[in-house]
Design a protein around this ligand. Sequence first.
Ligand code: ASP
Ligand code: MG
Length: 465
Amino acid sequence: MARLVMKFGGVSVADGQKLRHVGDLVRQFNRDNEIVLVTSALQGVTDSLLECARKSASEGKVSEVQDFIKKLTERHNQAISEAITDPKIAQEVREVVAVKISELEKAYIGICYLGELTTRSLDYISSYGEQLAAPILSGVLRDMGIPSRHFTGAEAGIITDSEYGDSHPLGKTYELIPQRLLPLKGVPVVTGFIAKDEKGTITTLGRGGSDLSASLIGAAIDADEIWFWKETPGVLTTDPKIVPDAKTIPSISYREAMELSYFGAKVLHPRAIEPAIKKGIPVRVKNTFDPEGPGTQIVQNGIKKKGVIKAVTVSKKVALLNISGAEMIGTPGVAAQVFTALAKAGVNIIMISQGSSEANISIVIEERHVDKAEAALRAELSKDLVKDISHNHNVSALAVVGAGMAGTPGVAARVFKAMGGAGINVVMISQGSSEHNISFVVSEKDAERAVLELHREFGLAEDSA
Ligand code: ASP
Ligand code: MG
């Protein structure tokens, strides 16, 4: 009997049919395991809640709120009708949903009249997506004969600081969760994403925060594994839109998973798996279309692959900043000024490289930050020191990732030989001393070809492990 926390995202609970499918999956695994479910809002609901809040604040039209509320009610009621067969259970859930929706409507109307929207009220509003989803999913389970109760994040013991929009769980969460959920009675369904602060005000863990909720719960109740269900076959060797024969990676380390996310692969946000890492709890990415399949397991020490490299990622929405000037040579503090200026402007740095000539620093940042990054650098750096600041956004950053490359000579040679062989020019290179990834920049037009070449060079389509 294993204890599992299973998280389902918005796409997996998008409508009645999908909610029913989640119920089927739970029933299948409930026979041999203890399960806690964590659910997101129905697909797109969080976005629509936020959009309606912004409109209410700027335009203040109560009639538009009423239209929105009507659609939201219909959508959830339809999901209930599709997913729950027992009329008594369906009615109970409809009532819970109606109460929640009327609370939500009041908040919107308040916003219409006040014409202002604080981060605190945004958290309150956006919490309703999950608050509506959890009672329905719990009802689906009861409809299938599985005892179940629904919990909000706070009811399940998740307490955070008061940084609305991006709150951080407090240490005592780890003690509260087991008190609230254990011993497990049936299959509890907990809202992802939302919590409360110590004053009892609703907070959220940041967009996509349901993953973090699941990790927190898994870590706090000593789960044997935390499963993230997706509509894709686990973590892939690369983007299947570029390489159709991309394969599921059977096992990777926490570290490799983090490197992949940093470089744009949509695995799991590193912050989301932090609680699992702290407790060494294995995380698994499972495919809802292939529930028997093992998916990808993310553990402390992922099994090494013979080919050393496990995955290739590419991110196109990046830009390269170049800072150069002969006066930079031998002048201490230039890099510090550059990084401070970027940090103050809220620009996230993805890659850095400085040659030993010191006349040039290259930095890869997100494309959307280019203008403010350049402005910040121009404002901060003295013109005597830095002659030229320029950028190029027609670039892509590639990363080859695999813990096996640490201490293995020749990996970089293979990477760049493959690029040379394909006639692809490498603009910038960076490898951290952790040796878990080699990342480099190529022109955007060469990016997909580069991915194909690397995937082939390292035999990623061949059966691994
Ligand atoms: N529903 C929230 C969002 O859309 C949280 C989540 O899905 O993880 O960001
Ligand atoms: Mg680009």
